[in-house]
Design a protein around this ligand. Structure first.
Ligand code: DGJ
Length: 737
């Protein structure tokens, strides 16, 4: 064909396409698949990228390309409802993922698909990066989707960058913007407060926006954590229904919006809370958002949570597949009232009990304003000479002599106004100089946006380890929220005060990063006056977290149950304390479903209580591998039954443990009437069942040497024989060959 006839051919083809409505442009389809699920994006005729599918993956991935044609949504504007990263200031009328003010003061933004690539990280992990650009302003957003294939987990975040002449202002910058299509949506979210963590609530989403958020700054999850379960069509149960488990990996203010649009589709936007947090971004600087992490299952909450656990242990929690130390903590045993002699006795008590480590809590430091209560001393990290004249080094030696490891409590981000640190470095404190100070537990947070403060906080830990390399454990506490959010450092640097909430958290991560570079392995407990700061970014640096100061075992059954949807047992610190007067057996059995520890006065235990506890610790050593690394199955929900039952089963299904706890004392429900069907066993295997943690002199009502097949146990079940006299029961299942 000559050039001339070629041109004529294409002109005719063009006319043909236009007249017959054929869109010559090829739509780009981007499937992001895990072993079971798919998240699929597609460009539209204007090259905007939208979500066209989320759910169980199709057998043939080429079919994803057809999905969008099945939706007959006519409203012009709705074309942007499913945007993968909804811009604002142009034609969008719904909640945006990003809002910016350009260098010239203009607030309009449009994002068009430019390219994408898939990087294979290893056999299980891959990363899809999508580039979107504004056709008018030099601004680009890169969307990252990291896929953990086997675990069915997707971790997503975004990076915003521009090349405008001056700084732009980011007014909103979400991590994730997802779109779901289902008959209905049920949101299971959480609320609480000190000693009341993880109170669940399930609600059917109605038109409009439901928001989960935090504006507390430091212990951001105190009232509400960034974790939720979202069921599609109808509320998912433990083993049935479509459910997404999601969480934001960020230890600061967050905002998660669920917007039900006019088509009854659900828009999800998750990220840092933009409240008081406009960010001024220099040209060519990357703004990386935190990760939004989610998993999806068509088989209920149980499978979804096991996905999350598998991922967290393998890829996120520090030493998630390792082991943990049992411990004796002195907080509730002594509070601030101790000295060397008392502590030395406690080391011996810990050894007698049989724990691996002694954990010295709050009150060991400060001299000018001694830390004898929570009103003074925080910030002055020198040993209190009166209580500890020979310093921490002496304690470490004494503990070693007693045959027990030594761990220590710190709260390095905080300061009491009654402290030398406050007197010397007022400019390091988050406070509004023109206004009266407000305290939360008599203290204020230090300004971690300031590199000098970062060095100070790092120094608290580094000094402890440098002087006492044998320290085996750190409990890192954080008890105050941010009031009067003002930073003297940002002011001095001429930076906007609205950077504070973001830079505080980034500063914290810098410190933790540095600590882990030098001390990669030392176990650290993440504590925030209980569970006020638990998230999957912090858990990169911590081996475990303190669930709650509330250690009443009955409360704990519920609390630990709820946390267990998101975090594996190996990360949950459960201590046996004297908070409640319930018998030691119940307290111990409840603590065993996670990482067990004690916070009691051992010398106050009766002979039988001590004997029981020693035996329980020996039992824990035998079953901890299953609890820490096994699969969790929830069998009887305490919100729906008079007792809770759950079990852990190891990967080879030859060892399992079942825990059951009575949760009522009402006449109507004081015993387990029917058998509880077990899960996660091999139907073909035979299991010997043995009750453990039997109280001295008590007789187990479970016949010794019972052997059942997995098939029987999963289809008929086993009655743990929960009664008012047997309020908690632990059964160990071992394969017999
Ligand atoms: C709050 C923690 O949650 C407690 O366990 C204890 O460490 C106190 N702080 C000490 O002040």
């Amino acid at each position: 064909m000559s050039n001339y006839s070629q041109k004529i051919f294409y002109v005719i083809l063009g006319i043909f396409c236009i007249s017959f409505g054929i869109n010559a442009q090829k739509l780009i389809t981007i499937p992001i698949e895990t072993s079971q699920n798919a998240l699929v994006f597609q460009t539209d005729k204007d090259n905007r990228l939208g979500t066209v599918f989320f759910g169980k993956k199709l057998v043939q991935s080429s079919d994803y390309g057809f999905i969008s044609k099945e939706y007959k949504i006519n409203d012009e504007n709705s074309g942007i409802f499913n945007s993968v990263y909804t811009p604002s200031g142009t034609w969008n009328l719904v909640e945006p993922a990003i809002e910016v003010k350009h260098a010239d003061g203009n607030s309009s933004l449009e994002l068009k698909y430019v390219s994408h690539e898939v990087k294979k990280i290893d056999d299980n992990v891959s990363e899809t990066v999508i580039v979107l650009k504004d056709p008018v302003y030099a601004l680009e957003v890169r969307l990252f989707y990291k896929v953990y294939y086997k675990e069915n987990v997707i971790e997503q975040w975004s990076v915003i960058k521009h090349q405008e002449a001056k700084n732009i202002t980011l007014q909103k910058y979400a991590s994730a913007n997802l779109y779901f299509m289902a008959d209905d949506y049920y949101l299971n979210h959480y609320h609480g407060g000190w000693a009341k963590e993880m109170k669940p609530e399930e609600t059917k989403l109605t038109a409009g926006i439901k928001t989960l958020d935090s504006k507390l700054g430091t212990r951001a999850n105190l009232f509400q954590p960034p974790t939720f379960m979202l069921s599609f069509d109808k509320p998912a149960t433990e083993d049935a229904g479509k459910v997404l488990l999601g969480t934001l990996a960020w230890s600061g203010n967050f905002k998660i919006d669920f917007e039900l649009d006019t088509y009854h589709n659900l828009r999800l936007l998750a990220g840092i809370n933009s409240h008081a947090s406009e960010y001024s971004l220099a040209s060519n600087q990357d703004f990386k958002t935190p990760s939004f992490i989610f998993t999806f299952s068509e088989n209920g909450k149980g499978e979804a949570s096991r996905n999350m656990h598998n991922w967290a242990r393998k890829y996120r929690i520090l030493d998630g597949e390792g082991s943990r130390l049992t411990l004796l903590n002195n907080w509730e045993a002594t509070y601030f009232d101790f000295d060397e002699a008392k502590l030395t006795e406690l080391f011996k008590d810990g050894k007698k009990l049989g724990v691996d480590m002694f954990l010295l809590d709050d009150g060991w430091f400060a001299n000018k304003y001694p830390r004898n209560g929570d009103v003074a001393g925080l910030g002055d990290w020198q040993e209190n000479r009166k209580k500890l004249p020979n310093g921490i080094g002496y304690l470490v030696k004494e503990a070693t002599k007693a045959g027990i490891k030594f761990g220590i409590w710190v709260e390095p981000e905080m300061v009491n106004p009654k402290s030398e640190l406050y007197e010397k470095h007022l400019d390091w404190v988050i406070r509004e100089p023109q206004r009266p100070e407000h305290y939360f537990r008599n203290q204020l947070p230090l300004d971690l946006s300031n590199p000098e403060v970062q060095d100070f906080v790092y120094g608290v830990i580094d000094n402890l380890f440098t002087k006492n390399p044998e320290i085996s454990f750190i409990k890192w506490d954080c008890n105050a929220v941010v009031y009067n959010a003002h930073s003297a450092y940002l002011e001095k640097k001429g930076l906007p005060q609205t950077h504070l909430y973001v830079e505080y958290v980034r500063g914290l991560y810098k410190v933790l990063e540095k600590i882990r570079a030098k001390y990669p392995k030392v176990p650290m407990m993440l504590c925030s006056g209980g569970g006020g700061r638990v998230d999957y970014e912090a858990l990169k640096y911590f081996t475990e977290f303190w669930v709650s100061d509330n250690t009443d075992p009955l409360e704990r059954v519920f609390m630990q149950w709820e946390y267990s949807y998101f975090y594996p047992a190996i990360a949950q610190c459960n201590h046996i304390t004297d908070w409640s007067k319930v018998g030691i057996k119940y307290r111990t059995d409840v603590a065993m479903m996670g990482k067990m520890g004690y916070d009691i006065v051992v010398s106050h235990l009766s002979e039988k209580e001590l004997q029981f506890s020693q035996q329980a610790l020996a039992n824990y050593k035998k079953i901890s591998d299953v609890v820490w690394h096994g699969d969790l199955y929830r069998l009887k929900n305490p919100w729906e039954n008079p007792y809770a039952s759950l079990m852990f089963s190891n990967a080879t299904q030859d060892h399992a443990v079942m825990f059951s706890y009575l949760t009522t004392n009402r006449y109507d429900g004081v015993y387990s009437v029917t058998p509880v069907k077990l899960k996660g066993l091999d139907p073909k295997k035979k299991y010997k069942i043995q009750e453990i943690n039997v109280y001295p002199d008590a007789k187990s009502s479970i016949a010794k040497d019972l052997v059942y097949s997995g098939d029987y146990l999963m289809n008929i079940g086993l009655n743990p024989d929960i009664t008012l006299r047997r309020t908690s029961v632990v059964l160990e299942l071992t394969e017999v060959k």
